[in-house]
Design a protein around this ligand. Structure first.
Ligand SMILES: Cc1cc2nc3c(=O)[nH]c(=O)nc-3n(C[C@H](O)[C@H](O)[C@H](O)COP(=O)(O)OP(=O)(O)OC[C@H]3O[C@@H](n4cnc5c(N)ncnc54)[C@H](O)[C@@H]3O)c2cc1C
Length: 362
């Protein structure tokens, strides 16, 4: 079983594939199997406490389980996780294309030109490689700096600059908030920001998501309950906006060559715009196979491809539940897709958890 991507999703897949009695081979483009975490911005701390930031079978230990780990702690955790799994992980290998193998299975071509045969493929390549920029009037003519938050690392290059951060999710608010003391920053959002309290009745929200089962609700139910992106907040962000320390305005209506135009008709020059406007699955290597929809999205139900029987996905947003694209939730989905693929693949398999038996001497 080839697993494309060695982040938390790929590692959770490898563990689940082993448990299902199959042999995983993880192909990871980067130098280490730690996913995109090293490329997230420097001051990132998780919104999920350590206790709710672990993959199956390995606790996120090393301190208070209620603390919010840093980006670098996640990198260290994933390193440990990778070395705890008895799976072959090939780093520095980018998958360029997957095609059907005559008969059954797939041929996975790497960008080095090698081809690897696979009975099945799990696409766990995340979305960080495919940042989404909205099409906005005039943006193509704007001459200032345009970045997606995927390229943002730290505030100091923006000191004293006029900056617009576009977006209403956690990353937008966190980045705008850390820029506010040193830059002239405005957070531009289509609607007022929806805040969700990080702590409720003395406990982190993740405790309640787990205890109430909300974490495992399917997308169809959840999207009826939550209609907008929400920002987890201990009170600090809401307070910063209320006190005018962080400026929020309704979304710009257009870009001009020098800056932006606001809904009240005024225009102003702007040095830089940072779009924290989300990501799309990074699955270009499956296009030629015919596994994607016209807009590049995976055709699947619960992570199982609806176009190819031995192809599955992991780590998609809302793949099966609210927590699918999180450290705490991806393990559940991994078990689901690995079990489904194992049932579909022909031929004998090592039985889960059992070593091959030695021949009996007579
Ligand atoms: C800013 C930010 C903060 C977040 N905070 C939290 C949090 O607090 N708690 C939480 O649980 N979740 C959080 N998440 C969500 C989620 O846990 C992370 O996005 C996580 O990195 C997703 O893991 P992944 O393995 O699915 O994808 P990634 O981490 O993106 O890993 C995908 C891997 O696939 C590799 N790859 C891509 N294409 C190919 C290819 N063609 N061939 C081979 N390899 C390939 C990449 O190199 C990468 O290593 C956060 C996300 C972001 C962006």
């Amino acid at each position: 079983m080839i697993i494309v991507g060695g982040g938390q999703s790929g590692l959770a897949a490898a563990r689940a594939v082993l448990a299902a009695g199959l042999r995983p081979v993880v192909l990871e483009a980067g130098a280490e199997p730690v996913g995109s975490w090293p490329d997230y911005y420097d001051n990132l701390t998780l919104f999920s406490p350590a206790r709710f930031s672990a993959l199956p079978d390995l606790a996120f230990d090393g301190g208070d389980p209620q603390r919010y780990p840093t980006r670098d702690e996640v990198v260290a955790y994933l390193r440990r996780y990778a070395s705890s799994i008895d799976a072959e992980i090939r780093t520095g290998v980018r998958v360029a294309a997957v095609r059907q193998r005559p008969g059954s299975g797939y041929l996975v071509r790497t960008d080095g030109g090698d081809e690897v045969a696979a009975a099945g493929v799990i696409a766990a390549s995340g979305s960080f490689g495919n940042p989404h920029l909205p099409a906005l009037p005039g943006l193509g003519d704007y001459t200032g700096e345009v970045r997606h938050v995927a390229q943002y690392r730290r505030p100091d290059p923006y000191a004293d600059k006029r900056v617009i951060v576009v977006g209403a999710g956690n990353s937008a608010v966190q980045v705008a908030h850390e820029l506010a003391p040193i830059a002239r920053v405005t957070l531009a959002t289509r609607a007022p920001i929806q805040f969700v309290p990080q702590r409720i009745r003395g406990r982190d929200l993740h405790h309640w998501l787990d205890a109430t089962g909300a974490d495992r609700l399917p997308r169809a139910v959840l999207t009826r309950l939550i209609r907008h992106a929400a920002v987890l907040d201990t009170g600090v962000y809401r307070d910063a906006i209320a006190r005018g320390l962080l400026n929020r305005r309704d979304m710009v209506t257009a870009f001009t060559p020098e800056g932006v135009r606001w809904p009240d008709g005024t225009s102003e020059p702007v040095d830089a715009v940072i779009f924290a406007t989300g990501y799309r699955p990074d699955l270009g290597y499956l296009a030629a196979l015919g596994a994607l929809t016209a807009d590049g999205m995976p055709a699947h139900v619960g992570g199982i491809s609806t176009t190819h029987p031995a192809l599955a996905y992991l780590g998609l947003e809302f793949q099966r539940s609210f927590s699918s694209n999180t450290l705490r939730g991806v393990g559940r989905d991994a078990t689901h897709v690995a079990t489904a693929l194992a049932e579909r693949l022909p031929g004998p398999r090592r039985r889960p958890g059992l070593r091959p038996r030695r021949p009996v001497r007579r």
